[in-house]
Ligand binder design. Structure first.
Ligand SMILES: C[S@@+](CC[C@H](N)C(=O)[O-])C[C@H]1O[C@@H](n2cnc3c(N)ncnc32)[C@H](O)[C@@H]1O
Length: 259
């Protein structure tokens, strides 16, 4: 295990939900922080790429505020959502309760999953919920996923698509705004030695500014494929947000693999 590259509790909390959990209001411009998927398109895509069916045991790893976990549960999957953010889990549980859904939302750390060996038919890891650590630890996360999947079980990960991301990445931008003048302003820095994308974020709400930083690792498909193969996966595939084979124009890179 490693020292954290940034303070995840400062990043994944109420301000994040305020700006990014607004459904169709969530920002979608590039480089994408919200989602490139329209309405239920991501759920449809996961369903198809992973051959999902009611009754299958699904782990949503880094489930955030539970959008995907709750949608898959509504379609009849037996869903566990794991995340490290207490604020996000609280929202996920409240939404599940409101919708009458039975989802097991668990507080945890993707670097060291619970005693769940072989428990899941499918794992999803969605909206760049991967690549927050040094590379040895990022690779540990993949071996943890392999451990909790049953043999023949399958994984789908959704991360930024490197060529498109780099082509559309300004040095800084206003990432999100609200009509009342609240906004998120991000300054970007890419370290090509580590392929870590570092963001210095200023959150402005009610005229008060708060500063935080976060870091995410960017991947080209061959590198992530090699890491997945080394972690015990086979049949690694790469798709765009429309489910077609990955191109440089796609916003998202969806990587699938079989345990
Ligand atoms: C970009 S969000 C994506 C959330 C969700 N998958 C979605 O599609 O909305 C990344 C998520 O990873 C979670 N996360 C960050 N570090 C984590 C860790 N060490 N263990 C578990 N979850 C973590 C964050 O709390 C956050 O919910």
């Amino acid at each position: 295990m490693t020292a954290d590259l940034f303070d995840a509790t400062a990043m994944y909390e109420e301000d994040y939900l305020y700006f990014f959990a607004g459904g169709s209001e969530a920002p979608t411009h590039g480089p994408l922080v919200g989602t490139a998927y329209r309405e239920d398109a991501a759920v449809e895509l996961i369903w198809r790429l992973l051959d999902l069916a009611p009754g299958l045991a699904v782990l949503d790893l880094g489930c955030g505020h539970g959008t995907m976990a709750n949608s898959l549960a509504a379609r009849g999957c037996r869903v566990t959502g794991l995340d490290s953010s207490a604020v996000f889990l609280e929202r996920a549980r409240a939404d599940a309760a409101k919708a009458g859904l039975d989802v097991d939302f668990v507080a945890g750390d993707m670097r060291a999953l619970p005693d769940w060996a072989g428990r899941f038919d499918r794992v999803i890891n969605w909206t760049t919920a991967y690549g927050y650590f040094d590379d040895a630890t990022n690779r540990t996360v993949l071996t943890e996923i392999a451990r909790v999947l049953r043999p023949g079980g399958r994984l789908a990960m959704d991360v930024d698509n490197l060529p498109r991301f780099l082509a559309s990445c300004p040095p800084s931008r206003i990432t999100a705004t609200r009509e009342n003048g609240d906004m998120l302003v991000d300054r970007h820095h890419l370290d090509p030695l580590t392929m870590r994308f570092e963001v210095e974020r200023t959150v402005i709400r009610d005229g008060r500014a708060r500063r935080l930083t976060f870091v995410k690792r960017l991947f080209a498909l061959p590198e992530l494929r090699d890491w997945l193969l080394a972690a015990g996966f086979t049949a690694v595939g790469g798709y765009g947000e429309d489910g077609e084979p990955l191109t440089a124009d796609h916003h998202r890179m969806v990587v699938t693999a079989t345990r």
